[in-house]
Design a protein around this ligand. Structure first.
Ligand SMILES: Nc1ncnc2c1ncn2[C@@H]1O[C@H](COP(=O)(O)OP(=O)(O)O)[C@@H](O)[C@H]1O
Ligand SMILES: [Mg+2]
Length: 258
């Protein structure tokens, strides 16, 4: 299978702190690839480096065989990458569908709000965007709440809404930073099904997640980092039995019983 995303010895220093340390990994096209590790191990920083939110200190990022190191986020988005955030980034005083529509503006080289408010699009363009946003809401199972203000939605629905917004750009690769954090078990089950469906529909998923039920359940491949360094990589079974991973992160309870 082809590689869609490749990190080649990526390093990020914040002052004296090395948040990501010489990290190399390959995400295969069509897979669900998880990045796991303790709090502060550099997971969110890694997604920020992939997306060009801030520059790498060293190394290269390749996406669809193109070197995207140092490219601006909107350009990387245009090449087919989208993300959801660890801390929900939705506009509370806008409706659900308006928030999803913002996702369609995300390919513009300007801030989200400014692109939504300042670009005067023709009515037909706006209508097309709205139709697509409606399709995305339907796809994620939120068709009935399109007109509701985001601030009135429960947390679990907001997390799903972020996915709908990210899908507006038809990404080939979707980065998800702790999408299931804070969800209750039934919401989590729904989320797992949704991620599987998105993946089955052809999208590659790069997933940061703390909940081991979620991760071990759906990941084809896992990369484990600690202090910004890769300490292990493999399938769920391999990772669950890796002594370094158990020591640094999982603890004995995740070890598969024989
Ligand atoms: N913008 C930043 N400026 C300075 N330090 C940062 C910044 N972002 C993250 N860090 C630091 O980098 C380390 C890794 O953080 P992060 O990538 O958020 O970890 P994780 O997502 O794995 O919990 C932490 O020590 C954090 O404090
Ligand atoms: Mg994080």
């Amino acid at each position: 299978m082809a590689v869609i995303l490749k990190l080649d010895r990526v390093t990020k220093q914040f002052g004296g702190l090395t948040a990501v340390n010489d990290l190399s990994l390959e995400v295969r096209q069509g897979s669900i690839h998880a990045l796991i590790g303790p709090n502060g191990s550099g997971k969110t920083t890694t997604t920020n480096l992939i997306q060009g939110v801030f520059p790498v200190t060293g190394g290269r990022v390749l996406f669809r065989d193109q070197d995207i190191t140092g490219k601006p986020t909107f350009e990387i988005a245009r090449q087919g990458m989208a993300r959801t955030f660890q801390n929900i980034k939705l506009y509370n005083t806008m409706t659900a569908i308006e928030n999803v529509m913002v996702g369609g503006h995300q390919l513009a080289p300007m801030g989200l709000v400014s692109s939504l408010l300042q670009i005067r699009r023709s009515r037909s363009e706006e209508r097309m965007l709205e139709e697509k946003a409606n399709r995305m809401l339907e796809y994620v199972g939120l068709a009935s709440i399109g007109g509701e203000l985001v601030k009135n939605l429960p947390y679990g629905k907001k997390k799903v809404l972020e996915v709908a917004r990210a899908l507006m750009t038809d990404p080939a690769l979707l980065l998800l930073d702790e999408p299931a954090a804070g969800l209750n078990p039934s919401e989590r089950g729904f989320f797992i099904d949704l991620l599987r469906r998105i993946n089955a529909d052809g999208k590659t998923l790069f997933l940061i997640e703390h909940n081991m039920d979620v991760v071990m359940n759906i990941s084809d491949m896992l990369t484990v980092i600690n202090f910004g360094r890769k300490i292990a990589e493999g399938t769920a079974t391999e990772i669950q039995n890796n002594p370094d991973v158990i020591k640094a992160y999982l603890g004995e309870r995740y070890k598969v019983k024989r």
